[in-house]
Structures are given as C-alpha cells and as structure tokens.
Design a protein. Structure first.
Length: 248
C-alpha cells in the first residue's frame, strides 16, 4: 500500500485533499476511498478536514506527530506563530503555553481546534497589523513566526493571548530586545494602548524608548485581563490594575 502514495505526497509532511487529487489523478469519490484505505493502513492521518499528515515508515500508527508549529503552519493561510507561543520560542518566557497561537488576516470558521492532542488558537487581525515576521526552520520545514520585538508589541496589543502584561514585563527585563525596533513597531501597530503599556513598562525598567506623548484624557487598563481597579499613572494614562512585583 505504501508504494501507492505518489512521490510528491510521500515527500511532504502535510498535504491537502486538492494536492492529493492532483497527485492521484482521481475524482473526489475515488480519492476518498483511497485516502480512507491509506489512513486505515497507518500511512497517513487526518489533521483536520481536507488535510493529512504522512506517517514515516519507522513510526507506529497513532504514535507519530509533527512539531506543533509545523502543523500550525498548515491550519490557515497567511499565518504566523505569535503571542505566547512566539514568546516561548524566543526564550522570552519561562511559561509553557497551554495552546499554540496562530495569527492570520483571513477568516476561519473554527477559531479553536485540537490536533493530535494539541490545542490551537487562531487569532484574526487586520492586515495593517500583520508584519514583523521571520522564517525559521523546524523539522526541515519553513515556519513563519513573529520577530522578538513584534512579539512583544503583539502581546501588549492582546495581553489575553500571552498570560498577561506580567509576561511582557519579564520579557522586556530579561530579553535582548532592540529598542528602535520596538519603538517602530509600537507606532506602526496604531494602538494607543500598546504605546501606553510599553512606555510604562520601559519607564519601570529604565529602558529608553522613543515613543509619542500620550495626549488624551481617557485612561486604559495596564492589563485588560485583570480586575478593573488600581492607582492611576497620569503620564501614560493607565490604571495600574496589576502588581508587577520586583521587576526593576
């Protein structure tokens, strides 16, 4: 049965049903039967609807899986591994996220899914926020992941996807981050909350950044995921609703 998998599919780690249709030269009805038999024999396994993983010859059925970032790279297009997952990849947090965060500009009906026991969170963002992306090689596959500086900015844009502002504060304190890059990305993402949170944290940690002055009367929460009470910081117009501990 194994030798019946076309070479162009056997060489891939993940393939779509459209790629299979082209490789086998079969109609959809016949293709479903072929794929079903290959899956029953343990040569392929379905990742999600219309997507399959090729199982290596050395692996046992039900015991093989790919790196979670490699799988995540095939769940939606365009994409980038981001938020807490990128923080962890870059060594900017000691916490291990309970799911893989994937950023995209496209719509996907299922925003949360589980593949081989790993949970994935698909986060849709506007096109203007989709930048600052690196390509890294994982298991011989090119995977998109946000740059270190962009990861920090994204986490300040959505603290709920990184374990809260405290994780960003630790990343700023311990990470080897480019100040100019963070300043540039903070302006580009066009969210006053990002500038305010970044400015406050950098003041606290004595990190010099070129950020715009906050010229507004309204206050935002330092961490939107935490209880809505705390002292006010007039410079950055923030309600300090989270205890950051001894970060200095």
């Amino acid at each position: 049965m194994r030798n019946k998998i076309p070479v162009q599919l056997a060489r891939k780690k993940i393939f779509t049903i459209d790629e299979a249709e082209k490789a086998f030269g079969a109609d959809r009805e016949s293709l479903r039967v072929i794929l079903s038999r290959l899956e029953a024999a343990g040569w392929i396994e379905r990742v999600e609807r219309g997507k399959y993983i090729v199982i290596p010859l050395s692996a046992r059925k039900g015991e093989f899986t790919l790196n979670e970032f490699v799988i995540g790279s095939e769940l939606v297009k365009p994409y980038s591994v981001s938020y807490w997952s990128a923080l962890n990849y870059h060594g900017l947090t000691e916490q291990i996220p309970g799911m893989v965060f994937i950023q995209t500009t496209s719509r996907k009906k299922r925003r949360e899914l589980k593949v081989f026991g790993v949970k994935y969170k698909i986060v849709k963002i506007v096109e203007s926020k989709f930048f600052g992306i690196d390509k890294v090689w994982i298991e011989n596959v090119s995977v998109n992941i946000t740059e270190k500086e962009k990861t920090v900015i994204d986490c300040l844009d959505h603290p709920e996807y990184c374990g809260g502002v405290i994780e960003v504060a630790k990343a700023l304190r311990d990470g080897d981050l480019n100040s100019d890059g963070m300043s540039k990305y903070a302006r580009r993402i066009n969210n006053s909350g990002v500038v305010r949170r970044l400015g406050y944290l950098c003041d606290l940690l004595d990190i010099r950044l070129d950020l715009p002055v906050i010229d507004t009367r309204n206050y935002l929460y330092l961490d939107p995921t935490m209880p809505k009470k705390g002292k006010r910081d007039s410079k950055w117009r923030l309600v300090l609703n989270v205890e950051l501990g001894e970060l200095e």
